[in-house]
Ligand binder design. Structure first.
Ligand code: GLN
Length: 317
């Protein structure tokens, strides 16, 4: 399932950024991707599971007794009665899901394509522990995730925005994170407004995302690709003038590439979105079990601990 990170665009660095923006004349930025931001996260990521696991032992025990307020019997669950929760995600969405050694280092991330980590992974691991099921991760292209639900995966936890259109195909858990689309550009880009963005000749998006929808709805010249890693490489290479991406992953990419900056979605009037865990419609037992577990994690502080460990490093300064 792994996507090759195409490096074939290396020859395109000579493109200027003058294709859009309120004025032309930006000069070529300092080329290559640099990896400066490793330091911030080394503390955060690896410690996550230990405390969370400790916190959940009690809760998991409570689940099987009548006494627990959130007693969950999974025997009636179409997808969880086999004791396995298979979770679909696309691992090019740091810090919610990415592959690597637990740091922000982009080289480390791309060098280890078998070890998805991040906030959503920690969240579903915790849910699995509390429900007493084994969690397996299925990393796939984002636009293949909804079609995979019910066959290749039981749920999707991948920073997926709850939308009315998606709700026709899948159920969503209660919302677990508020987000907004934003715009990644080179640091020396003159893009600042929606009008500037409309002048861009290539705006990168990840296929099937709400960012792609927002870009299309605003009449941008969209260049949709299979992964955010690719869209950002296309920005680095000069093929894209901008990338529409969720705010926190956008922040994460600016830490991985020192010659990028993120423009807040409020500059473009982008709406607030909410992430939910998506799943097939034909398993109310699973939906209720996940919602009650999420609620427990929020009320006992586990959820906030995971936020602190994985996300808060990336919030805009
Ligand atoms: N939040 C966006 C969406 O749901 C992007 C999610 C992602 O790329 N993982 O479309």
């Amino acid at each position: 399932m792994k996507k090759a990170i195409a490096l074939v665009l290396a020859g395109m660095t000579a493109f200027s950024l003058a294709a859009c923006g309120s004025s032309s004349g930006s000069t070529a930025a300092s080329g290559a991707a640099t990896t400066t931001a490793a330091a911030a996260s080394t503390e955060g990521a690896p410690a996550a599971s230990t405390e969370a696991a400790a916190a959940s032992t009690e809760a998991a025990a409570a689940v099987s007794t009548e006494a627990g307020s959130a007693a969950v019997d999974l025997s009636g669950s179409k997808y969880l009665s086999d004791g396995v929760l298979t979770v679909a995600l696309n691992s090019t969405f740091p810090p919610f899901e990415y592959v690597g050694d637990g740091t922000d280092d982009f080289k480390a991330i791309t060098a280890n394509p078998t070890n998805a980590t991040g906030f959503d992974v920690a969240m579903v691991n915790e849910i699995g522990t509390r429900l007493g099921v084994k969690v397996e991760i299925a990393d796939m292209d984002f636009d293949g995730i909804i079609p995979a639900l019910g066959t290749k995966a039981d749920v999707a936890a991948t920073g997926m925005t709850i939308t009315d259109e998606r709700k026709e195909a899948v159920n969503f858990s209660d919302p677990y994170y508020d987000a907004t689309q934003s715009v990644l550009v080179k640091s020396d880009s003159t893009v600042a407004t929606l009008d500037d963005l409309k002048k861009c000749t290539s705006v990168g998006c990840q296929l099937g995302t709400t960012g792609e929808t927002v870009a299309n709805d605003n009449g941008l010249k969209v260049n949709s690709v299979k992964s955010f890693n690719q869209a950002v490489l296309d920005l680095e290479n000069g093929k894209n003038d901008a990338v529409v991406i969720d705010q926190i992953p956008g922040e994460a990419f600016t830490k991985q590439y020192s010659d990028l900056k993120l423009i807040d979605g409020s500059e473009f009037n982008f709406d607030v979105e909410q992430y939910g865990i998506a799943m097939p419609k034909d398993d109310e037992v699973m939906l209720n079990a996940i919602n009650s577990t999420l609620a427990d994690m929020k009320s006992d502080g586990t959820y906030d601990k995971l936020l602190e460990q994985y996300i808060n490093n990336y919030e805009a300064e």
